[in-house]
Design a protein. Structure first.
Lengths: 340, 279
């Protein structure tokens, strides 16, 4: 499909117009943070942001989500599944790294045999619009080391690239094409396309933080018992911040909440950094200390996910690096592993 | 398509207290919607999530055999929040059942072979499913000699006591029941499972050992089978891990790249050797 051009100042207007027609998740300024939230009627999206504080995974995989409801009746418990239904929505303005994370989460939640209807319904009914990183937002960005591109469209339905006075609008998927009408009639010419390619190449070069993410896979295959694993976790507080902010972390807990005779079974984000995560009823815990938990987190991202889905479960957004309260840096961990 | 997170409604049809200490009971469930029984088609070695609303879920191996129609059985020890609530249940009450989950005992691999079943204590449940499956009608012909070595700490802790007696009457089963320590009425074997395995000394020829028990039993039983010449490919066991979703998504039961809930719980020792020793 032909690409479009829109004026840069038209972006907020387009998001607001869409919000009149369906649910639009857009970056919104909240105190010092930018978060993806449903755009309210008189709300103003904030596109001049670097990246959102939270990864936008909560749009498809909310922090807490009802799976089913139950009621106590004189005849016993009666329960009903929460429907796997989602309204038509748009996730407007995510960064390419976060869009990439959706493609990775799809591999887990939308497998051939075991489908997660809650995730899939929201994902299928949401059009993802990415805004390319013409300049890398942070010094901690390392998307190019983990199969990402600052001007990449993986996981996105529409990609917007700032080419100066305009955004070049690329409709990546048929789902994206369906929203073409919102982006006006101005078609992109060859010059705009050339400009975009130049910008994309420069943006790749501008990502200077690099990690040997692919190189460590064969090393991890052989080094489960390496004493190296004793060296990372010493200062880890087991706070779980890294997993909370991670766009690809997807572990969850299932629990029941009851009030009176009504209850709800919910799932909520969980973390492999927590001691209770794997603790069994008997008291046995296969991951006895933070060492094993750090090994699990590292292995899961750079080995297990590769074994199972042929993809690294990291998009190089750098959120875990920036938010770790004790400055454990996954880039350093991977770097150190590469030298084992 | 069936939502894998939503349990089938079942009614507690029968509760059998298995042991003297009364903390292990077998629960027989019937599906409230008869069509659900066919959807719950399972193979010995699989497990289900027992679901008690307001309490949560507990992953438990299926103790009945698919040849037993009309119900599904689980033998459960009272241990945590969910299993304690389960033990408070009465016949006629309604709860939920998810699954069946996991791989299973490798029936095709076992066919035509001599089968040695070794069980310890409360871990005998899915082995009981396998035995009842193999000895059912025409199924029996598909397997060679079947040797069972089953032990518990004392006679009062043996599960499925009536069935053990029935099995001992059959001439196409070699049943060896042992207790660590007998009591005044005990006329059977005394001795730990590994010692009895040594004594029975099953031949490795065309044989597969299926072993399930507490870690301490496994630890001392494996060397016996290695000495008998069993290869790691021909020793099969089942793992337990903390689980929630049961379908490889919630992320807690992995051993290396494998999820015990969906890639297991059944593994051969050869397969386990390829995984990380984290279970």
């Amino acid at each position: 499909m032909e690409k479009s051009l829109i004026k840069k100042d038209a972006l907020a207007g387009i998001a607001k117009k869409m919000a009149g027609d369906f649910l639009v998740w857009a970056p919104v300024k909240k105190e010092d943070n930018v978060l993806f939230e449903p755009l309210q009627k008189d709300g103003e999206p904030f596109f001049a942001y670097l990246n959102s504080k939270n990864a936008p995974k909560n749009v498809f995989f909310p922090h807490t989500e009802a799976m089913m409801k139950f009621t106590r009746t004189p005849k016993g418990m009666v329960f009903s599944a929460e429907e796997n239904k989602a309204d038509q929505s748009v996730l407007f303005g995510v960064r390419p790294c976060d869009a990439h994370s959706f493609a990775l989460l799809d591999k887990l939640f939308d497998q051939e045999k075991y489908k997660d209807g809650y995730y899939i319904a929201k994902r299928q009914n949401t059009t993802v619009i990415s805004i390319a990183c013409v300049q890398p937002p942070y010094a901690t960005c390392f998307c190019t080391s983990v199969d990402g591109e600052p001007v990449g469209s993986e996981g996105a339905d529409i990609l917007l690239v700032d080419i100066g006075s305009d955004y070049l609008v690329e409709f990546v998927t048929p789902k994206g094409e369906k929203l073409a009408q919102y982006f006006g009639d101005a078609k992109a010419d060859a010059a705009a396309e050339t400009k975009k390619n130049e910008i994309a190449a420069k943006a790749v070069d501008a990502i200077t933080s690099k990690i040997p993410a692919h190189e460590v896979k064969p090393i991890l295959d052989k080094n489960f018992d390496n004493p190296f694993w004793n060296t990372i976790h010493g200062k880890c507080l087991a706070c779980g911040t890294c997993t909370y902010f991670c766009p690809t972390c997807h572990c969850f807990d299932i629990s029941d909440e009851v009030k009176g005779s009504d209850g709800v079974r919910i799932r909520s984000w969980d973390s492999c950094m927590f001691p209770m995560f794997t603790k069994e009823t008997s008291g046995h815990n296969p991951r006895t200390s933070q060492k094993e938990r750090w090994r699990q987190r590292t292995m899961h991202k750079f080995k297990y996910y590769v074994d199972n889905f042929d993809a690294i479960a990291c998009v190089g957004c750098g959120r875990c690096v920036m938010s770790c309260p004790v400055n454990i840096d996954i880039r350093k961990v991977v770097e150190d592993i590469s030298k084992l | 398509m069936q939502n894998p997170y939503i349990p089938y409604p079942v009614v507690v049809d029968k509760i059998i207290t298995e042991v003297d200490t009364k903390d292990i009971k077998t629960f027989r469930f019937k599906f409230i919607n008869p069509e659900d029984e066919a959807k719950y088609a399972y193979i010995p070695g699989q497990f289900g999530e027992l679901s008690i609303y307001g309490k949560g879920e507990s992953p438990i191996g299926i103790a009945s055999s698919p040849t037993q129609k009309g119900y599904v059985e689980f033998t459960v020890q009272k241990a945590g929040v969910v299993t304690s609530a389960l033990h408070e249940m009465e016949e006629g009450e309604v709860m939920g059942l998810r699954g069946p989950m996991g791989n299973s005992w490798p029936l095709e691999f076992l066919e035509g072979k001599n089968i040695v079943i070794v069980g310890g204590g409360f871990a005998f449940t899915t082995l009981r499913s396998l035995i009842n499956y193999m000895i059912y009608g025409e199924n029996r012909k598909r397997f060679g000699n079947i040797t069972v070595i089953y032990g518990a700490r004392n006679p009062g802790l043996l599960l499925y006591k009536d069935e053990l007696i029935e099995w001992q009457k059959r001439d196409d089963l070699n049943i060896n029941v042992t207790v660590d320590k007998g009591d005044a009425n005990w006329k059977g074997k005394e001795g730990f499972v590994p010692a009895v395995c040594k004594e029975v000394a099953p031949s490795k020829e065309n044989a597969v050992a299926v072993i399930c028990g507490p870690p301490i039993m496994i630890r001392f039983t494996l060397p016996v089978f290695f000495d008998l010449g069993f290869s790691k490919e021909n020793i099969i066991t089942s793992l337990e891990m903390r689980m929630k979703c049961g379908i490889g998504k919630c992320g807690r039961c992995n051993v290396g790249s494998k999820y015990v809930c969906k890639d297991g719980p059944v593994f051969s020792l050869a397969e386990l050797d390829k995984l990380t020793p984290e279970y």
